[in-house]
Design a protein around this ligand. Structure first.
Ligand code: SF4
Length: 282
């Protein structure tokens, strides 16, 4: 069976990266260009994605004539931390100053960290789930752009006993044997592309704490103001940081400034330390 055929109800998670964009195109092709009525595409905006990512999401939607629902986390429901509210936005109205992310940090009282990824859990997984539940779905497939060259993620998502209340994982790229090189080759042949360097790891939230320290410092060197939002989140009353095994963002900014003054060469990117798409269920 064609791995890109999706039986609804389902939600296709488009992170705004090349991999999930490639997956969306293949799924559209498998369905003659139009998705079944109960197969939805959603993009969960944290407010910290770069403008290039937002433009890419919008461009895919326009050029491929596929509706993409833009969602933003909008607080916890009745004080419950298990259910959340969401807002539907679009390219014009989407938050661009980290507002949903910041509201969530305020509600929880501390920023996420690699062990407690409250950002993925709330801003992405629970937000998408809330939209599906509101639209009357009780069970659905969660279509994610995880490739064949990401075997650990595939194994994690398919692990027996995993909580699939936010959708049963469906991983067409892994099933089709698609690797990163295939995705990049596809985009080289398209009339448009994500306007971010494929090896720069600039997708997802701009200075995501899961990116390598070297990449974050290198990104701050290019655009010093980007660290300000992240440093502000670490200045909360509890003084909690995004990582306990790494300097605070303020210190990373000092490191970037020092490197710039020394004129040292920026970090050379390798594929191995790239953060893959921050996807639901990751
Ligand atoms: S990209 Fe990073 S900071 Fe943003 S939601 Fe995902 S894990 Fe959190």
């Amino acid at each position: 069976m064609n791995p890109y055929k999706v039986d609804g109800p389902a939600v296709i998670h488009f992170s705004g990266g090349r991999t999930s964009g490639y997956m969306l195109r293949q799924i559209l092709d498998a369905h003659g260009g139009t998705l079944p009525a109960d197969v939805h595409v959603s993009f969960q905006n944290t407010g910290k994605e770069r403008e290039e990512t937002l433009v890419f999401v919008e461009e895919c939607s326009q050029r491929w004539a596929v509706p993409i629902t833009w969602l933003e986390w909008d607080g916890f429901e009745n004080g419950s931390r298990s259910r959340c509210l969401y807002r539907v936005v679009d390219f014009e109205t989407a938050s661009r100053k980290g507002e949903p992310f910041e509201r969530m940090i305020k509600a929880l009282g501390l920023p996420p960290n690699p062990v407690a990824r409250t950002c993925t859990a709330n801003l992405k997984v629970k937000t998408s789930k809330a939209w599906m539940v509101t639209h009357g779905y009780e069970e659905w497939d969660s279509v994610m752009g995880i490739r064949a060259d990401e075997p650990r993620r595939v194994a994690r998502l398919n692990a027996p006993g995993r909580d699939n209340s936010a959708g049963i994982p469906h991983l067409p790229l892994a099933r089709a044997g698609v690797r990163k090189a295939d995705v990049l080759e596809f985009w080289r042949e398209q009339p448009f592309d994500l306007r971010l360097d494929p090896s720069g790891d600039l997708g997802n939230c701009d200075l995501c704490f899961l990116k390598s320290r070297a990449k974050i410092v290198s990104a701050i060197r290019r655009e010093p103001a980007r660290h300000v939002w992240w440093a502000a989140q670490e200045a909360g009353p509890k003084g909690a940081t995004f990582r306990s095994d790494r300097p605070r963002y303020d210190d990373l900014a000092r490191e970037a400034e020092f490197q710039s003054r020394q004129n040292t060469l920026p970090h050379v990117e390798t594929e191995d330390d790239a953060l893959a798409d921050c996807m639901c269920g990751d």
